[in-house]
Design a protein around this ligand. Structure first.
Ligand SMILES: [Zn+2]
Length: 167
């Protein structure tokens, strides 16, 4: 799913951990739960509009991504202080895979297009595993535009959950 979705869930996890756990468990479980939340949330991304490749010629794709990237940026600005710990923990998988693991894999493929080599450091393998084992029954909506509704609902639910902590 999108960064804003990961961020909102991560913020909520940190709030709950710091509300109910004492140091150092609040810190430890914030990191663990935020990291695991990425696996679960990404597992469910098959029921959201999530084309694996960019469709820049498609107006809907373009507008949706401009909005969702802007909102993701805003969510980082709003929440990073004081929720940097959970936000980093919840996004480390994307940062690592998109900026380190995937480019390495792409370079290998470029050198040898026949190569079946899969980067063992690719962290989203755990998402694939989780999805295959437990979420195989879900419909695949990654190319269906209606999938944005599900992501918007998740975003709204967590915005509402966070309201009491911000008023
Ligand atoms: Zn991810």
């Amino acid at each position: 799913m999108e960064t804003i979705t990961h961020n909102l869930i991560a913020v909520y996890i940190q709030i709950l951990c710091f509300q109910f756990l004492l140091f150092p468990f609040n810190v430890i479980f914030t990191i663990i739960f935020a990291y695991i939340s990425h696996i679960i949330v990404d597992g469910f991304s098959i029921i959201t509009y999530h084309t694996p490749d960019a469709h820049k010629d498609d107006r809907f794709w373009l507008i949706w991504h401009i909005i969702i990237y802007a909102l993701s940026g805003v969510s980082i600005v709003i929440f990073f202080i004081p929720f940097w710990l959970s936000i980093i923990s919840a996004n480390i998988m994307d940062l690592w895979d998109w900026f380190i693991a995937r480019p390495i894999q792409r370079r290998k493929k470029k050198k040898d297009p026949e190569s079946k080599w899969k980067n063992p450091l690719y962290l989203h393998s755990s998402v694939d595993w989780f999805r295959q084992k437990l979420l195989f029954w879900l419909p695949r909506l990654t190319y269906k535009k209606v999938g944005v509704v599900i992501e918007i609902i998740v975003i709204l639910i967590f915005c509402i959950l966070l309201v009491p902590y911000y008023i």
